[in-house]
Write a protein that binds this ligand. Structure first.
Ligand SMILES: [Fe+2]
Ligand SMILES: [Fe+2]
Length: 279
């Protein structure tokens, strides 16, 4: 079975390199002929209240031939915690706006004997009714998945690369982690895939592959230290998973893409200004 993970497309209705790169990667993914595609969030450029970005993103992603599941990132629905980016906390209205365009923000898809699982990392520790609903659903995962091998996708990684960075900016919050780990321990998880960190990294935990997937929009070479996000490959790409007797994740990218730093993207600077954020 072949699965492709795309993430952090950061598409803007204003166009520019994030949108043209996303369109290029859509064509590239179709050449890979996956059985299923998972987008792990930050679909849109920065502002969870800019509906025009969602409309453009949905149009571009509609070019993917395989069945597609889309999860939200912090730039799609806001984020939990005391100090959310751009003063945009996750809210019920923002989650509803995402679902309106991309469907429900959690899924179990059985593909060729594998359980492909995804859920919304931005709800943990939010206190929203949607968090309670998601927990109730998560508790049913052992029953839904059964003994099948599973791959688990979220926008932010389940675990930060070091315990001191386990916080709602970088991963699932430390308060939610033990409860989530108790459920995951009852599944046969063979791989975890996340986005958010804008780099490719492949590590291992308890026999499962742990993949941090690269963005298709921009890289953070200098802005975020390896100390915070861990070591990784700061290039644009997608991740192809061959799922058989063993899990084989691979970084994949076409040669003809533009690979800017975050602040080199004009549409990102415009979106930052609109949010009132100064970096
Ligand atoms: Fe991102
Ligand atoms: Fe993110």
């Amino acid at each position: 079975m072949k699965l492709v993970q795309i993430t952090d497309t950061h598409i803007s209705h204003l166009g520019g390199s994030p949108s043209s790169n996303a369109a290029r990667f859509v064509a590239f993914i179709n050449e890979l002929e996956p059985d299923v595609v998972v987008h792990t969030g930050d679909v849109t450029i920065l502002d969870p209240d800019e509906d025009r970005d969602r409309v453009t993103a949905k149009e571009i992603l509609a070019g993917i031939d395989a069945p597609l599941h889309v999860l939200p990132g912090n730039h799609d629905v806001g984020e939990p915690g005391d100090d959310p980016f751009g003063d945009r906390p996750v809210t019920s209205a923002r989650v509803a706006a995402f679902r309106n365009h991309f469907g429900i923000d959690r899924f179990v898809d059985i593909v060729d004997g594998w359980a492909v699982v995804g859920f919304n990392s931005e709800l943990f520790e939010s206190g929203l009714p949607e968090e309670a609903e998601q927990w109730a659903w998560i508790e049913t995962l052992p029953e839904q998945v059964g003994p099948r091998p599973a791959v688990v996708f979220t926008h932010k990684p389940v675990r930060a690369h070091a315990p001191e960075h386990q916080n709602t900016h970088l991963s699932i919050g430390p308060g939610a982690l033990p409860r989530l780990e108790a459920v995951l321990a009852r599944l046969d998880v063979r791989a975890y895939g996340s986005g958010h960190l804008h780099h490719y990294a492949l590590t291992e935990r308890d026999g499962a592959a742990v993949v941090s997937a690269p963005s298709t929009a921009f890289v953070h070479r200098g802005a975020v230290s390896a100390d915070v996000v861990g070591p990784g490959l700061a290039q644009l790409g997608v991740v192809e998973y061959e799922l058989g007797d063993r899990v084989l994740p691979s970084f994949r990218a076409p040669l003809d893409i533009v690979e800017p730093e975050f602040l080199e993207v004009e549409q990102a600077r415009i979106a930052l200004d609109a949010l009132g954020v100064t970096l």
